[in-house]
Design a protein around this ligand. Structure first.
Ligand code: IMP
Ligand code: MG
Length: 184
């Protein structure tokens, strides 16, 4: 798997430091509150696990699976909820945890949906932000780091469902895309 990586963009140590910084910031910002931390599966898994280690206030965790249809107009209809939350967001302070914000479509739609459902507040924590990919105005509050407009994998991010288990963020060798499959 590691042979498929052209370069490492964000190292394991950098990811850990980012999660610590964001976890501490969230703990300060939500002091006296009990936010509902909502992870967007599957990409959120490693980030959510690492980030929440550094959140020192009481939280609840829940998960959603959403799939977005890129290149279409941004309405709730464009994002399909494949697995919904178990908990009600009504009156809750919600923090959505995502692997990367690219076009901004997925998160702006989910934020809109949770607002309609009566969330008291909604903020987004994302490991990576690719601002050059934005097609709509969307600014996540908690950002690990910015990345260039390149396709990245690792720490939850996949290419054809592979590479989510890499402990760092990297860029794949071009031949991986050309081949359309991956080595074991
Ligand atoms: P968007 O912000 O609605 O465009 O969607 C963000 C989603 O697209 C993320 O949750 C990822 O699943 C996927 N995505 C965007 N950029 C990348 C990338 O560079 N690598 C892997 N997945 C990506
Ligand atoms: Mg995703």
């Amino acid at each position: 798997m590691k042979n498929d990586i052209l370069k490492v963009l964000v190292s394991e140590e950098e990811i850990k430091a980012m999660c610590k910084r964001l976890g501490e910031e969230i703990s300060r910002d939500y002091e006296g509150k009990t936010p509902l931390v909502v992870g967007l599966l599957k990409g959120c898994v490693p980030f959510m696990a690492e980030l929440t280690k550094y959140i020192t206030i009481k939280i609840e965790m829940d998960f959603m699976v959403a799939s977005s249809y890129h290149g279409t107009i941004n309405t709730i209809g464009d994002v399909k909820i494949k697995k919904d939350l178990d908990s009600s967001v009504s009156g809750r302070d919600v923090i959505i945890v995502e692997d990367i914000v690219d076009t901004g479509n997925t998160l702006s739609t989910i934020c809109e949906l949770l607002k309609i459902r009566g969330a008291k507040s909604i903020e987004v924590a994302t490991l990576l932000d690719k601002p050059e990919g934005r097609v709509i105005d969307f600014n996540p509050k908690y950002v690990g780091t910015l990345v260039p407009k390149e396709f990245v994998v690792g720490f939850g991010l996949d290419y054809n469902e592979y590479y989510r288990n890499l402990p760092y963020i990297g860029v794949l060798k071009p031949e991986i895309y050309e081949r359309g499959d991956v080595d074991e």
